[in-house]
Structure formats: structure tokens, C-alpha cells
Design a protein around this ligand. Structure first.
Ligand SMILES: Cc1cc2nc3c(=O)[nH]c(=O)nc-3n(C[C@H](O)[C@H](O)[C@H](O)COP(=O)(O)OP(=O)(O)OC[C@H]3O[C@@H](n4cnc5c(N)ncnc54)[C@H](O)[C@@H]3O)c2cc1C
Length: 456
């Protein structure tokens, strides 16, 4: 039976970059997806991706049919729509892509680098031997037969379903479950407008707890006359179903009068910091399977590609050293945590502030009077520290009399964001310091939940 160096499970953005990077390093890569080749890349998504991700990864910008729109920035609307933050700047330039064509390009890059694609092949479970993953059990969807594929390392890039992660034994040292409270249930449609998009150069984000509890809804332009519109709600207790919410509260807006449905569907996105540990003996998690998504806006294409690239590089190094244990693969955790993971963790705290620390009325007031500023959003989105020095706090205080407790929570959020980022920047260099690091991280998140919650 053939044994690969690496089997990558899932040919989404994460898997393609992992397979491409590993194949470019000269490894023998098996690349498995349950979809037929021509459908790979299709995904329920907002389709927005920052330009800076392409620069970091050395990928060409989308062009031709793959490019739907160029984006200058984001407009964030307060719940009562009285305040609009227009947030622009280099880090917010981006693209709306044709998701299928973008995915097909990434797939081609992986296959051209030498990865062997096994499409229409569903992965059922990991093969485990002596507490290590040594391959996967698969079902050929067309021929209806099952077989085993063997490899030295397996990459779980199966997206939110995390088909392998969820089936790992506890001893492997990876958290197998993600709390529903850290997941947004989404429904999205692409619609052809009767007229023109109001803001063809901006992604619009609407914060409104009545419409999208503990989430938001978005209106993204796909050219002059097409819109990618969707809504996400946090899967906390009794959350409303996103599709009826979108139909009753968003598609009822004048912009959508006479519009027609091109395609629609529901899916999930994890919106938290990355998994504490993304490696086990013989296995690595990347992309949504490792919760590599920006917790504030749910953007996961960029970080998942970065995770895929880091995973491919680390696996090549581990194979060179002939050590594919959790320890041998550990540098993947370090690389990801010190770069995007630290930003994600900071934003997870900012998310806790937004969902627990302010209600619609406070947000309306806070945005209108600039108690929370565009700069806060911009800095948070860039992963920079949000700072409120004494003068700044006093100035905001004078604008926000009566909103003292919200300002206190914002200040606590800013402090905790800095602290958690420092923790992630100092992610342990080997599994030795991990238990202590994890304890510190969880204590900080518990503190954030306590300090940032509004008193009812
Ligand atoms: C509604 C919505 C809107 C979003 N908007 C944006 C946005 O605007 N910008 C952005 O950057 N991100 C956005 N995201 C997040 C983004 O789509 C994901 O974070 C990103 O696609 C993660 O990529 P991935 O490769 O980890 O997973 P996926 O893209 O989900 O790929 C997983 C792959 O694994 C395959 N697979 C799954 N199970 C199996 C199995 N058992 N066997 C074989 N193959 C399997 C699937 O077929 C798929 O090809 C959004 C997500 C949602 C749900």
C-alpha cells in the first residue's frame, strides 16, 4: 500500500496552502476532498479577503473573472444607524473574490507543485496507532468503496466540521470540541440587484442586536449590481435562525426591492482565539478546524492560508529531523501563535467586550459620541494595542457622562487585550511549558468574561 509523507484532508484555503507548501518542499503529498474537482473552492462565504494576506503569502492578487470587486475599506453602522464609521487604510484594502475561481486557482497551485489530488473522496476517521495518527479511513464516493490511506503526517483542513479533530482521543493533547458560544451560525445570499449598490467600494457591517444577536449582518458589493448579503448570530442559548432574520429584517430594505436570488446557503464560522494546541503525534490542524478565524469579522481565508503555509513548512522540517511527534511538530504552534494567533487572541477579548460589555443603546451612544473611536476599531483590526491614556480617558469621559461603567469596561478590555497578546507572543517553545501557559490563558479569558460583562 502506498504511504505518503503527508495527507492533507480538505482542499479549502487552508488545505491548498498546506499541500502546496509541503509539495514545494519536495514531500509526497496526498490531497483529499469529498467534493468533485470542479466544485472545490465553492463555499458559503462573504468572499472578502484583505490585500495584505496576498502580500504575506506571496500570492498574486485576484484578477480577471476571479476578481468581483476592489475594496477600499469598511463602513461600520451603529444599531440605530445614526453613526457610521468609515474605516480605511492599507490593512483594509481588499478584494471580493469569485470564491469558486479563487479556490480553483489555489487548488491548481497545490497540484502544480506536485500534490496528488484524490477528489470525490470522503475522509471518515483517523487511523490511530500507539497514540499517533498514521493515516485516514476514506470512502470513494463514486465507487462506494472504503480504503485506508497511510502517511507520516496528516493535516486536518476539513473546515468547521473538523472531521479528524473531533475523533481524536483525549491523550493526543488537542481540544476536540469547540463551544457553541464561540460559533456564529450564518446564512448568506448572493443577489442581483434591480438597481446599483449604494457603496460599491466598501464592505458594510451592521451591528444590531435585534437583527443579529451577538453577531452582525453584512452587505458586501460584488461589482456594481450584485450583493453578497448575510447574517451571523452567536449560537448561544435560544439563538434565532439566521435565514428568517435575514429575510424579515435585512432583505426587506429598499436596496433589495426587485432583487433576485443567485445562490444562498447556511454555514458556521468559529469566532474565537485559535485552538490552544494545534498539533498531536502525526497530526496538525489548520484553518477553521483549528479556529484560525478573525473573531471580530469572521474573516478566515487569510489566516487559514497562513496556517496552511506554516503547517507545510513545519511538517517538512519535522520530516527532515524524522520526528513527527507532537513535540517534533510543535514549531507550527509557535509560528502561528506569535504571528496571527496573538492578534486573534486580542480580538477574542474585544469580541467579549462587544457581545457582553455593551448593549445597542450604549453602542449607539458610544459610537455617536466617539467614546469608542474609529481608531479603536482600526487598531483592533490591525492587531495593534488599543490604548486609553489618562488624557484620552478624561476626554472621552467628558463626552460620556453617565456611561462611566462602559468606559471602565473598554479600559479593562484594552488592558486584557494587551495582556493576552503578550501571552501568545510568549507561547512555549516546546510542550513542556504548555500546561502552565494554557492555565494562564484560560484564567485571562475567565477574567475577561467577568470584568467585561454588563451588570444586569
Ligand atoms: C457565512 C460565512 C461568511 C464568511 N465570510 C468570510 C469573508 O468574507 N472573508 C473571509 O476571509 N472569511 C469568511 N468566512 C470564513 C471562511 O470562509 C473560512 O474561515 C475559510 O474558508 C476556512 O477555510 P478552510 O480551508 O479551513 O475550510 P473550508 O473552506 O471549509 O474547506 C474545507 C474543505 O474540506 C472538505 N471536507 C470537509 N469534510 C471532509 C471530509 N470528511 N472528507 C474530505 N473532505 C472534506 C470540504 O469539502 C472543503 O473543501 C466566512 C464564513 C462563513 C460561514
Amino acid at each position: 500500500m502506498k504511504k505518503y509523507d503527508v495527507i492533507v484532508v480538505g482542499a479549502g484555503t487552508a488545505g491548498c496552502l498546506a499541500a502546496k507548501t509541503a509539495a514545494e518542499a519536495g514531500l509526497d503529498v496526498g490531497f483529499v476532498d469529498r467534493k468533485p474537482k470542479e466544485k472545490i473552492g465553492e463555499k458559503i462565504c462573504g468572499d472578502a479577503v484583505g490585500k495584505h494576506h496576498f502580500d504575506t503569502l506571496g500570492l498574486k492578487y485576484p484578477s480577471g473573472d476571479e476578481l468581483r470587486s476592489r475594496i477600499e475599506g469598511i463602513k461600520v453602522y451603529s444599531p440605530n444607524m445614526e453613526a457610521v464609521y468609515q474605516i480605511e487604510g492599507k490593512m483594509l484594502y481588499g478584494f471580493i473574490v469569485n470564491r469558486l475561481l479563487f479556490g480553483q486557482r489555489l487548488l491548481r497551485l497545490a497540484v502544480d507543485a506536485g500534490a496528488e489530488l484524490l477528489d470525490s473522496t470522503q475522509v471518515l476517521e483517523p487511523i490511530l496507532e500507539d497514540n499517533a495518527v498514521t493515516g485516514v479511513l476514506v470512502r470513494d464516493i463514486k465507487r462506494e468503496n472504503k480504503s485506508r490511506l497511510r502517511s507520516k503526517v496528516v493535516v486536518d483542513a476539513s473546515g468547521f466540521l473538523a472531521i479528524l479533530r473531533r475523533k481524536l482521543p483525549q491523550e493526543i493533547g488537542v481540544d476536540t470540541e469547540v463551544s457553541n458560544e464561540d460559533v456564529e451560525a450564518c446564512y448568506r445570499e448572493i443577489r442581483q440587484l434591480d438597481g446599483n449598490a449604494a457603496n460599491p467600494d466598501f464592505c458594510e457591517i451592521y451591528l444590531d442586536q435585534n437583527t443579529a444577536p451577538q453577531g452582525y449582518y453584512w452587505i458586501f458589493p460584488e461589482g456594481e449590481t450584485r450583493i453578497n448579503v448575510g447574517l451571523g448570530v452567536r449560537m448561544a442559548e435560544d439563538f434565532p435562525r439566521p435565514k428568517p432574520q435575514l429575510y424579515s429584517k435585512v432583505l426587506s430594505k429598499p436596496l433589495f426591492e426587485g432583487s433576485t436570488l443567485i445562490t444562498g446557503g447556511a454555514w458556521y464560522v468559529p469566532t474565537r482565539r485559535p485552538l490552544d494546541c494545534m498539533t498531536g503525534n502525526g497530526i496538525v490542524m489548520v484553518g477553521d478546524s483549528a479556529c484560525q478565524v478573525n473573531p471580530i469579522h469572521g474573516g478566515g481565508m487569510g489566516p487559514s492560508m497562513l496556517g496552511g503555509m506554516f503547517a507545510g513548512e513545519t511538517i517538512a522540517e519535522a520530516l527532515e529531523k524524522e520526528d513527527v511527534t507532537r513535540e517534533g511538530l510543535w514549531q507550527y504552534n509557535v509560528r502561528y501563535m506569535q504571528s496571527y494567533g496573538a492578534k486573534q487572541a486580542g480580538l477574542d477579548v474585544f469580541r467579549l467586550f462587544l457581545i457582553q460589555g455593551v448593549d445597542d443603546e450604549e453602542l449607539d451612544y458610544g459610537m455617536k459620541h466617539r467614546l469608542i473611536t474609529e481608531d479603536d476599531f482600526l487598531k483592533a483590526s490591525r492587531g495593534e494595542n488599543v490604548r486609553l491614556n489618562i488624557t484620552e480617558a478624561t476626554r472621552r469621559l467628558s463626552r460620556g457622562l453617565g456611561k462611566l461603567s462602559m468606559l471602565r469596561r473598554l479600559r479593562n478590555a484594552a488592558r486584557l487585550m494587551r495582556e493576552i497578546k503578550t501571552l501568545y507572543k510568549n507561547y512555549p517553545d516546546s510542550p513542556k511549558g504548555f500546561v502552565e501557559w494554557k492555565k494562564g490563558t484560560h484564567e485571562l479569558i475567565s477574567m475577561a468574561k467577568r470584568l467585561l460583562a454588563r451588570k444586569q
